[in-house]
Design a binder for this molecule. Structure first.
Ligand code: NAD
Ligand code: MG
Length: 390
């Protein structure tokens, strides 16, 4: 039995994690749950999973939830709130593994604190590694905990690497669906709407990552994420656009062997691989059928970075390092938020991120601690907001 803290339990990854826990009650227990503000769903989750504690980021909503739970005498769940509430949930002594499924850099501090308390981390929250990978990776090593990748591509790469010596890894080939605007020209992108961008061809995910997939920033973030997780420079990670999303990623070894991990696009499997590691869980998904027309015509193409410029900018940030990946991420979080709220157009996302990136570049520094990174992240987020407001 493994006790799991689910950070971001009301989101796309969070609810799928609870589905894995629901289906395997002898293997896992959800000991804490956290969310931003969706207390309606969190309330249902409390009744079902009876966690020891939950936390709601929005303080007012947390009070409302407390009130609602007064009528449920058999529920002993403690209700916490704010940033400290998430940290308390992530570091609760009863938890063995923390499943990080908060969206954005908001997941960084709770992840850091959980590692300090010796928890294993199953990580979906890629922004944590993009912004704070230089802090998180050495801490993982120092504390001797497991960092288990949940992002599907990284879970695939990780599985391909099992049993391989690190020095035999030549390149990582990370696959990308190409998003809803694959094949579009820059001109065609001028008029796309938020609704168009949210219509992802192969994956059903939260809003922020769906927009990131439509700009290809998601892949840029994932290239940086892979460089931290697998200890390679970003230039040893190639992006392969593969619209069917059947191959979840590949590695090429020294002798030229290429290994791939395949399956239907579903996050249930990566979540299970992480939670059951080093064992394997039962099969929850329909069996993979290689004769299914959706699975047998596999194609590969290059990403056109003259159209999707954020991918190149992410490579640049990954090469330069220091706090630039953090700046890139924060500016992107602000710009994507503004796009989702209808404040800016699609191409303004790239424009805003690039402007903030260029402004911060002359100040770039390495050897940042957690407070430096969180400070720069806030600053870049605010600066992006100012540029958007203009
Ligand atoms: P989502 O928007 O569906 O869910 C986000 C969760 O985080 C929600 O529970 C929300 O309440 C919570 N949250 C948001 N802001 C918070 C804050 N400030 N403090 C505390 N909690 C907060 O997002 P998602 O699609 O589940 O993605 C979560 C993370 O996993 C992201 O980093 C994303 O890139 C990554 N990821 C998602 C998928 C996917 O299929 N959805 C795949 C790979 C990686
Ligand atoms: Mg992914």
């Amino acid at each position: 039995m493994r006790n799991i803290s689910v950070l971001g339990s009301t989101g796309s990854i969070g609810t799928q994690t609870l589905e894995v826990i629901r289906q395997n009650p002898d293997d896992f227990k959800a000991v804490t749950l956290t969310c931003g503000s969706n207390i309606d769903l969190l309330y249902e989750q409390i009744l079902e999973f009876k966690p020891l504690a939950v936390s709601v980021n929005d303080e007012k909503k947390a009070l409302e939830l407390k009130d609602r739970l007064k009528n449920t005498a058999d529920i002993k769940t403690e209700v916490l709130s704010g940033e400290q509430g998430v940290i308390d949930c992530a570091t609760i002594p009863e938890a063995d593994t923390v499943l990080g499924a908060i969206v954005g850099v908001a997941g960084l501090k709770p992840t850091y604190e959980a590692i300090l308390k010796g928890k294993d981390i199953a990580l979906a929250n890629k922004e944590t590694l993009v912004a704070g990978g230089d802090i998180i990776m050495p801490l993982v090593k120092k504390m001797g905990v497991e960092l288990l990748p949940v992002d599907s591509e990284h879970c695939a790469i990780w599985q391909c690497l099992w049993g391989e010596k690190k020095e035999n890894l030549d390149r990582i080939l990370i696959t990308a669906s190409g998003g809803p605007f694959r094949g579009y020209s820059r001109d065609q992108l001028k008029d796309v709407t938020c609704e168009n961008a949210l219509n992802h061809p192969t994956w059903k995910m939260g809003g922020k990552i769906t927009i990131d997939s439509s700009t290809m920033m998601n892949k840029g973030l994932e290239v940086i994420e892979a460089s931290h997780l697998f200890g390679v420079e970003v230039d040893r990670v190639d992006v392969v656009v593969h619209p069917q999303s059947v191959i979840h990623s590949m590695i090429r070894l020294r002798d030229g062997s290429v290994l791939a991990q395949m399956g239907k696009p579903s996050m249930i499997l990566p979540i299970m691989v992480a939670l059951y590691f080093p064992d394997r869980g039962p099969r929850l998904l329909e069996e993979f059928d290689p004769f299914d027309p959706k699975c047998c015509n596999l194609t590969f193409e290059k990403c056109d970075t003259s159209v999707f410029g954020l991918l190149d900018l992410a490579y640049e940030a990954g090469r330069i390092k220091g706090f630039m990946p953090c700046v890139l991420n924060a500016a992107n979080e602000a710009a994507v938020g503004a796009f989702l709220n209808g404040k800016i157009g699609f191409l303004d996302i790239e424009d805003t991120v690039r402007k903030v990136y260029e402004e911060f570049l002359p100040r770039n520094r390495s050897d940042n601690d957690l407070d430096d990174i969180l400070g720069i992240s806030r600053e870049a987020f605010v600066r992006a907001g100012e540029l958007i407001g203009k």
